[in-house]
Design a binder for this molecule. Structure first.
Ligand code: CA
Length: 218
């Protein structure tokens, strides 16, 4: 799991981002002022920084220009001007998100940057289940277990969003693609198979009227 610095002066947004990233196992530190970034960066090794542009102290562009350590950056900003995006990306930002954004999308982008910078865990272990993300392989009690590509997509989505409830519609989109016109009951059928093969009856929780959640001890 990664160590992430959140630089955002709007407390509610900062807290919301932190809580969501902590749910999936990341360690986060919140900063509310651009001029405080280097002080915190000196004390910790961060794998990623989420950086707002409009900040007190020093704005996001100044922060990235004065940074004493190399930290991959995703810009967060209410501005959607093309010039700002280009400026941010030219300064070395890995990605750029315009507020307001969807938390699942932010999480997906965070994981994508961590994958690019090789900071994400390639292996997930829970009890006697081992999942190799890159190789798309699953072991249970030392034996390799076969899953269809869609079932593996479901397993991966549940793991990457562990402890977060995912709706059947979201899972259908992730596992079958956004243009697939299937029935959400398809998700139930495949979740049933996954639960059975991995003895995950108590690990994949059914969320009433919504969908499913992979429950992992924090
Ligand atoms: Ca701001």
């Amino acid at each position: 799991m990664a160590k992430i610095l959140i630089v955002e002066d709007e407390k509610a947004i900062n807290t919301l981002i932190r809580k969501n990233l902590e749910l999936v196992g990341h360690k986060c530190i919140s900063v509310f002022d651009g001029s405080a970034v280097n002080e915190v960066a000196e004390m910790h090794d961060f794998d990623l920084m989420l950086l707002d542009i409009m900040l007190p102290g020093a704005d996001g562009f100044q922060v990235i220009g004065q940074l004493i350590k190399e930290i991959p950056v995703i810009f967060l900003t209410a501005r959607d001007a093309v010039g700002d995006k280009i400026r941010g990306l030219n300064l070395g930002a890995y990605d750029y998100m315009v507020k307001p954004f969807d938390m699942l999308e932010l999480q997906a982008r965070v994981e994508a940057v961590l994958r690019r910078t090789q900071k994400t865990a390639n292996q997930f272990k829970l009890g006697e289940v081992v999942v190799e993300m890159e190789g798309r392989l699953v072991w249970f009690k030392g034996n390799m277990v076969d899953f269809t590509p869609q079932e593996f997509n479901l397993i991966e989505a549940l793991i990457r969003n562990r402890n977060i409830a995912l709706s059947r519609e979201k899972l259908l989109d992730i596992a079958w693609g956004f243009d697939y016109l299937g029935d959400t009951r398809t998700v139930d059928v495949h979740i049933h198979t996954i639960r059975k093969k991995l003895e995950w009856e108590d690990v994949i929780k059914t969320v009433y009227k919504l969908g499913y959640r992979l429950e992992v001890p924090r």
